[in-house]
Ligand binder design. Structure first.
Ligand SMILES: NC(=O)C1=CN([C@@H]2O[C@H](COP(=O)(O)OP(=O)(O)OC[C@H]3O[C@@H](n4cnc5c(N)ncnc54)[C@H](O)[C@@H]3O)[C@@H](O)[C@H]2O)C=CC1
Ligand SMILES: O=C(CO)COP(=O)(O)O
Length: 378
């Protein structure tokens, strides 16, 4: 009996073989793609290719047979239909210089899986990609959401958001990045989607700190709730749509990261709360905790748009060693003695926020041919 001719699996590339890059590679492979990872270390590339394992970052997980890895960036990117980037945010720019000539003429979507801002510039990862690759922003997408790598690697059902200024790009990526345990929604609010991922890390550090101190659920719920207000105020002032912060990339990721011991940001905060200094915490962390490097640039951006972020400010003071971790809670909302309303600063501008949102929405609809921008759409 002759075998039916099957179309070859489309090739996708993932740059960075840490916990998230490898997990995302598995998501893509389980969704039907042929995945080539780029790893820095030859022994890790060999382990992924030959043993279908990444024991350092994903202990106990079997990887699909359609996943391989190489230390050659050219080999990884050659013929890739989509390119996913998953390295620490502070290392993106230097790595993109090598990626640039290999993707210049391909038109393949470039997808950021990262959740940090560049310390030296305050730029989001999609902005760094656009700046270094000099590519059309409609080629760039970002993925975010409540996505703790190890849970997904264990195939626990999870949702994410893929965001791009181009709905077509977002949809193409979302179609590739889905399988029986992973569902991708789409939106066009790149600013909100990216900042959701960056900002929840900072609140997760705060939660870790109060956990380390030994405070309980009231303190943590207060920080999570007021943290979401801070996240929304900040992101909206940067041009995000508030709905995005209520979705998977905001509230969803905030919940997951703040309550999971798997979170590295949460873990780093807990060590700070237990009394370890910043340098000791960095030494003890085996994996990337993006929040630590994002605190200063986020506060700088907040100052520039006149948004107060009391929780993030206190995290910085703990990191700097100028605040005892036990003092973080009394300053939850403000140093001001005056009682404050619970609403966001955005709402307290007497309708200015609503007006800005309406204008932004109208602008986005115009830009995207009458289609709405925000909201996690399946
Ligand atoms: N682990 C998770 O659950 C999730 C992580 N993310 C984001 O994914 C990004 C990557 O994080 P993870 O994979 O978790 O970190 P990780 O610490 O597990 O792995 C980082 C990877 O980057 C490589 N790397 C380190 N420095 C490098 C450099 N200078 N140049 C090139 N490669 C370098 C490491 O060798 C490693 O393969 C971060 O922005 C993180 O916020 C997003 C969602 C979930
Ligand atoms: O982004 C994440 C979950 O969505 C992972 O959080 P951590 O980087 O704190 O581990």
């Amino acid at each position: 009996m002759s075998r039916k001719h099957e179309a070859p699996a489309p090739k996708v590339a993932v740059v960075g073989a840490g916990s998230w890059g490898t997990t995302f590679g598995k998501i893509l492979a389980d969704g039907g793609a042929s995945v080539v990872m780029w790893a820095r270390r030859p022994e890790l590339a060999a382990e992924i290719t030959e043993s279908k394992r990444n024991s350092r970052y994903l202990s106990g997980i079997n990887l699909p047979r359609t996943m391989t890895a190489t230390t050659s960036l050219a080999e990884a990117l050659d013929g890739a239909e989509q390119v996913y980037l998953s390295i620490p945010s502070q290392a993106l720019r230097e790595n993109l210089a090598d990626v640039k000539p290999l993707v210049e003429n391909t038109g393949a979507p470039i997808v950021s899986l990262m959740k940090g801002v560049e310390k030296s510039t305050g730029l989001r990862m999609s902005q760094v990609i656009e700046q270094v690759l000099l590519c059309d922003p409609s080629r760039i997408a970002v993925a975010s959401g409540p996505n703790l790598a190890l849970e997904i690697a264990r195939e626990q059902p999870t949702a994410a958001v893929i965001s791009s200024l181009s709905p077509e790009t977002a949809e193409a990526v979302a179609r590739r990045a889905r399988n029986r345990y992973f569902r991708s929604f789409v939106n066009t609010d790149v600013i909100g989607t990216e900042f959701g991922g960056v900002l929840k890390n900072l609140i997760a550090v705060a939660i870790g700190i109060v956990d380390g101190v030994g405070y309980g659920e009231n303190t943590k719920a207060s920080i999570i709730t007021r943290g979401l207000v801070e996240m929304t105020d900040f992101a909206v002032a940067q041009g995000a749509q508030p709905e995005t912060l209520q979705g998977l990339a905001g509230l969803g990721d905030l919940i997951a990261t703040c309550q999971s011991p798997l979170s590295r940001n949460n873990t780093a905060g807990r060590l700070l709360g237990q009394g370890f200094g910043y340098q000791d915490v960095v030494k003890q962390m085996q994996q990337t905790a993006e929040g630590l490097a994002s605190v200063a640039p986020v506060l700088q951006l907040a100052r520039e748009v006149g948004v107060d972020m009391p929780i993030v400010r206190q995290v910085k003071m703990v990191l700097d060693g100028t605040m005892d971790p036990r003092d973080i809670a009394p300053h939850l909302t403000t140093d001001d003695d005056q009682p404050q309303g619970e609403r966001t600063q955005n709402d307290q501008t007497g309708g200015g926020g609503a007006l800005r949102r309406a204008l932004q929405r109208a602008f986005d609809q115009f830009r995207h041919g009458g289609r709405g921008a925000a909201g996690d759409r399946p």
